[in-house]
Write a protein that binds this ligand. Sequence first.
Ligand SMILES: Nc1ncnc2c1ncn2[C@@H]1O[C@H](COP(=O)(O)OP(=O)(O)OP(=O)(O)O)[C@@H](O)[C@H]1O
Length: 336
Amino acid sequence: MSAVLEIEGLQKTYRSRRRGTRHALAGFDMRVEAGQVHGFLGPNGSGKTTTLRTLLGLIKPDGGRMAILGREVPRALPEVAGQVGAIVESPQFFPHFTARDTLDLLASAGDVPRHRVAEVLELVGLRDRADERVKTYSLGMKQRLAVASALLKNPKLLILDEPANGLDPGGIREMRALMADLAAAGMTVVLSSHILGEVQLICDSVTIISLGRRVATGPVAEVLAQHSSGTVRLRLEAVTDLPAAADALTRAGVQVATRHDDHLLLRGVDKPATVTRILADQGLYLSELAPVAVDLESVFLELTATAPVPGQHRQVDESAGAETAATAPTQGGWGV
Ligand SMILES: Nc1ncnc2c1ncn2[C@@H]1O[C@H](COP(=O)(O)OP(=O)(O)OP(=O)(O)O)[C@@H](O)[C@H]1O
């Protein structure tokens, strides 16, 4: 597969007299293959917006390299800009314009053929409301219009910062369907989001950033598998044997996390054969020993050390990289 987006060792430090020095990106890496819907995840203040703005030439990096569609940027930005659609900050639209007027204006400013306006209105599901004024639109409709404006150029790479922000569940589902359609049509989509359940459903692959560094990347299923917490579900042929199984496992040092009517949840099991042997020694027979799927949210919380801690409020920038998780502060709560 070829990379549509490559970032290596990206560095960005903000310096201001008032706020001092901030290392927003500390050698950040990211790679997105063609045709993927790629989730870009990180806690508040971890460097997502800085990365996207740097990529689009809006911020000058202090080091590292970036390439879009195989061309080094920012040097080749003028050549690749026509193939990149991006919504990095909430776009402002004229409230008295209709969606069609808005897109017509953008199309003529960007040398885009007029017929493309009807196509993108159809694509984002705004066709039937295209002639109403933007000021009458819901947040979800404004988001669609923003996506439509980014699609006008029929880009090869679409970058969306928080596209599902503020959408209701129906709106999120429609956004998900739209992303899938775009990917099926061959477009590569990078989307940053805080809605991890959605990312897990929408995205093929992810990059997780914490404190300006990549802490995980890969296909969603692989990232989930790599960070499986070693939690397994155990069922026995006879449910009446569960208490005896729980006792035997506990005596043998296996952590029985929770006991349920028809199964046990065990934690920290790295060798399932150990469990099988302990139970067989007691004459107890398994009917199921299956890893319990971890979700992206728990992987994110583990890697960025941002899991809530009762009574504490996590402050912005206090996420921890995987390699520093043991020493970095692990304040809880969802700050900002
Ligand atoms: N113009 C700026 N001047 C100084 N510091 C900045 C500036 N922009 C961002 N930062 C700092 O750089 C770090 C990364 O910020 P950035 O906005 O890239 O994070 P983010 O992951 O997009 O966060 P959020 O999810 O809250 O939008 C933060 O510490 C932030 O305070």
